[in-house]
Design a protein around this ligand. Structure first.
Ligand code: SF4
Ligand code: SF4
Length: 449
């Protein structure tokens, strides 16, 4: 007896007993065309997708471990590429697009990430904020990936569902994040892997959600939420993803530089689509001809660039599109070869019982939209909180978070915590010793000078 639904658990059982049927997204397009979604759903258990393109919105969280003497790293560089160090003492976030201070845009965060994955050592340089507990002011050492406590790729926005095609009507070349755009519509560049791309195979997010196990840079990763600028309503959904750098492969993660624009990172992502019902089978049967996008004129330096034409990915992949009556050569910014390699690699892992599917713990929104920057006319000045009491010590109960830090500091017993952990104070007990000055991390306690 056949049913019209399959659970992830049932599919995982089939992976375990070796009876699972896995096909790539490109193969699924053919299967759905030939059999229709109903029969395709019974035939196929998992569709593997893949994409390998420049994903500027990528980076890595790192924990370096404590130096001796210890240091509160406030400024951090890896091979002269600055990472954000405003987190605790020995953590930093290295963004893919940050350029090197010594080599400019030819080497950036994306290249450091690739070097670490390749097993190279990099120079960690840091400046510290000297405190009583962190006396070390600076440091410069060589480190490799295996020396880091954690190196977690955590990408706020990857896997755009589709992207606008870039072209240029000016009489000079433009250098952009979409590559070099030749004058007078001589070329057009586009992004995304078309029918192989993850989200176009499940645009309603019926199977992709928080907790979905994926392939990120060739290693195991997870979807951790909607990507920033997630705009499924407009056909531009995105994913926020995470994975351990240690398991990644440099053939699926590559630093790059867009000429006269800046560094970036090519990221390989493969997402398995469990074919749980006929609707999902139908979505996974998407073809390049079904995926349309707009051709935009980058000559206009505005977020509202003029739309010159509407095209589909079949036309884009043919190498030529028509814009304003002119034949325009197209070239992809993504590698279809590596995207296909990723889809096949993921398929092989599943067939070899080395990759199982996970149930999403929360669906991603299929209704979000995105807005441009909306500045307020004038920012209101921050409220100034000042002591209002004649008492020697004043505790501002609006600021107090009831942490209790002040309680043992007052030997006169002014501060107490009740049975619900609420901090109260009895001013009548105060002996004006001044010991509570500066103790409150919320600056809720003020003491008269
Ligand atoms: S230390 Fe400050 S925030 Fe904490 S309980 Fe005391 S007054 Fe409140
Ligand atoms: S001034 Fe001294 S006695 Fe008064 S509340 Fe602060 S610590 Fe307690």
């Amino acid at each position: 007896m056949t049913t019209n639904e399959k659970s992830i658990q049932e599919i995982n059982e089939k992976i375990k007993d070796g009876s699972v049927c896995v096909v790539t997204a490109a193969q699924m397009t053919q299967i759905v065309t030939e059999l229709g979604p109903e029969d395709a759903m019974h035939e196929v258990d998992v569709v593997t997708t893949g994409t390998f393109g420049a994903m500027c919105s990528s980076g890595v969280w790192m924990n370096f471990g404590h130096a001796e003497p210890p240091m509160k790293m406030s400024k951090v560089w890896l091979n002269d590429v600055e990472a954000y160090g405003g987190i605790a003492a020995v953590d930093a976030y290295l963004g893919a697009t940050q350029p090197s201070s010594s080599r400019g845009i030819e080497y950036g965060g994306g290249h450091v990430i690739e070097d670490l994955i390749r097993g190279k050592t990099v120079t960690l340089r840091a400046e510290g904020t000297v405190t009583d507990c962190y006396p070390n002011p600076d440091l410069s050492v060589e480190i490799g990936l295996e020396d880091l406590n954690q190196a977690v790729m955590s990408n706020p926005r990857n896997c755009y569902e589709r992207y606008g095609v870039a072209t240029n009507t000016l009489d000079k070349s433009l250098y952009t994040y979409m590559g070099k755009l030749l004058p007078e519509l001589e070329n057009a560049t586009y992004s995304g892997a078309g029918e192989l791309s993850p989200i176009v195979n499940d645009p309603q997010f019926r199977t992709i959600g928080i907790g979905t196990r994926i392939l990120l840079g060739g290693g195991e990763g997870y979807v951790i939420g909607c990507g920033t600028q997630h705009n499924p309503t407009g056909g531009f959904g995105t994913l926020m993803v995470q994975g351990d750098l240690e398991n990644m492969n440099s053939s699926m993660i590559r630093g790059a530089t867009m000429t006269k624009y800046g560094p970036t990172l090519f990221v390989g992502v493969g997402v398995p689509i469990p074919i749980i019902n006929a609707e999902v089978a139908k979505s996974a049967g998407v073809s390049d001809a079904d995926i349309t996008t707009n051709v935009l004129d980058y000559a206009v330096p505005s977020r509202n660039r003029p739309v010159l034409a509407s095209v589909n990915y079949e036309e884009l992949k043919s190498g030529m599109i028509e814009v304003n009556g002119k034949e325009v050569t197209t070239s992809p910014l993504s590698s279809f070869k590596v995207a296909q390699d990723i889809a096949v690699y993921l398929k092989d892992l599943i067939v070899k019982k080395e990759f199982f599917l996970s149930e999403a713990v929360k669906q991603l929104s299929s209704k979000d939209t995105v807005y441009p920057l909306r500045p307020r006319k004038s920012a209101s000045p921050a409220a100034i909180v000042s002591p209002v009491s004649n008492q020697f010590m004043h505790r501002n109960t609006d600021l107090c978070i009831h942490c209790g830090l002040c309680v043992p500091h007052c030997s006169a017993g002014v501060f107490q915590q009740d049975s619900d952990w609420i901090v109260i104070d009895d001013q009548s007990l105060c002996v004006k010793c001044d010991d509570c000055r500066d103790i409150c991390p919320q600056r809720a306690i003020t003491v008269r000078s």
